[in-house]
Design a protein around this ligand. Structure first.
Ligand SMILES: Nc1nc2c(ncn2[C@@H]2O[C@H](COP(=O)(O)OP(=O)(O)OP(=O)(O)O)[C@@H](O)[C@H]2O)c(=O)[nH]1
Ligand SMILES: [Mg+2]
Length: 297
């Protein structure tokens, strides 16, 4: 398991060891350089400018570092994680996003998390676009020992989601995690299909899906924010999962999820294995961004 420090290595490198050599003012980056580095790591320019204003008050490099840490933490709102107490069964989580963002892997990771908490989870493969759309999830389900309901290629994704919700309800599952096909936010018919999927779940259980999570690929940086905005308008997101943080040098966009979208970042993917999914921790995130205990690269 990669861990936060390892996963944020590339973004940290983009930040260029912001305060390396703290204490010796001569080696500290100028404010202008600092701002550039933040923007290079995909921190929104307006936010970076705000922080720089705050940090500019510092009288020492050490104080500058403290002020930036505080400003970063303040820019991230309260952590919500995910409530692993299935009060109202089944808790239905619908995973949506553009192609290749990590939906299927995240669905499997959620099944693993439920299993390891001794909850009963059902996985649903509603990616009926491609011939092999549900194969990947089937393989995961077998490996994890999770039950799965999956549609055939060309089947109506809304009907698969309906059947899966009914199965989860009737068979007393605690959680239902529904994987959907990747879709570009610019393709209106596909966004309409997603609305239909959402409605069909609610026909079985009026308050479901309790969660609709957008899975965002961290390597897209700030571009992911624009995608999420369109999905939010279409299906009302209740959370975001950021994947592939371990392969991204643009982790600074995470601040924009809170600042610009106002949607909680629930979980973060730190690798490809089933246990590489963590609740988002703002302290761990900021500490990993600013960590200096490693040699320069
Ligand atoms: N390094 C890393 N790779 C990940 C992570 N999450 C997913 N991946 C990889 O990203 C690739 C795409 O993941 P999928 O889960 O298939 O993505 P998807 O959104 O289901 O893709 P489509 O169904 O084609 O839209 C796979 O190779 C995954 O192993 C992560 O957190 N870190
Ligand atoms: Mg998939």
């Amino acid at each position: 398991m990669a861990g936060w420090l390892e996963a944020l290595r590339l973004t940290r490198r983009t930040l260029g060891g912001l305060f390396r050599g703290s204490g010796t003012a001569s080696r500290a980056a100028s404010l202008e350089e600092l701002e550039e580095q933040l923007i290079r790591a995909d921190v929104a320019p307006a936010l970076a400018a705000d922080w720089i204003k705050t940090v500019g008050r510092a009288e020492s490099v050490k104080e500058r570092q403290t002020l930036l840490r505080e400003a970063m933490l303040q820019s991230l709102s309260a952590e919500e994680g995910f409530n692993w107490d299935p009060v109202d069964k089944p808790q239905v989580v619908l995973l949506v996003g553009v192609n290749g963002s990590g939906k299927t892997t995240t669905c499997a990771k959620l099944g693993f998390q439920a299993n390891s908490r001794k909850h009963r989870a059902l996985l649903a493969g509603a990616d009926t676009f491609r011939a092999a759309g549900t194969d990947q999830l089937r393989i995961w389900a077998e490996r994890l020992g999770c039950e799965i309901v999956a549609g055939k290629q060309g089947a109506d994704a809304a009907a698969v989601a309906y059947d899966a919700t009914e199965a989860a309800l009737q068979r007393g599952y605690d959680y239902l995690f529904i994987d959907t096909a990747g879709r570009m936010h610019t393709k209106q018919p596909l966004m309409t299909e997603l609305q239909k999927v959402r409605r069909s779940i609610a026909k079985v259980k009026a308050d479901a899906p309790q969660e609709v999570w957008m899975v965002l690929d961290a390597s897209l940086g700030r571009n992911a924010i624009a995608q999420a905005r369109v999905f939010h308008e279409a299906v009302h997101l209740t959370g975001v999962v950021v994947t592939k943080m371990d392969g991204s040098s643009r982790g600074g966009f995470v601040f924009s999820i809170f600042q610009e979208l106002g949607i909680p970042l629930r979980l973060i993917g730190l690798g490809e294995q089933e246990n590489d999914l963590e609740p988002f921790s703002k302290v761990q995130f900021v500490e990993a961004l600013l960590n200096q205990d490693e040699p320069s690269e």
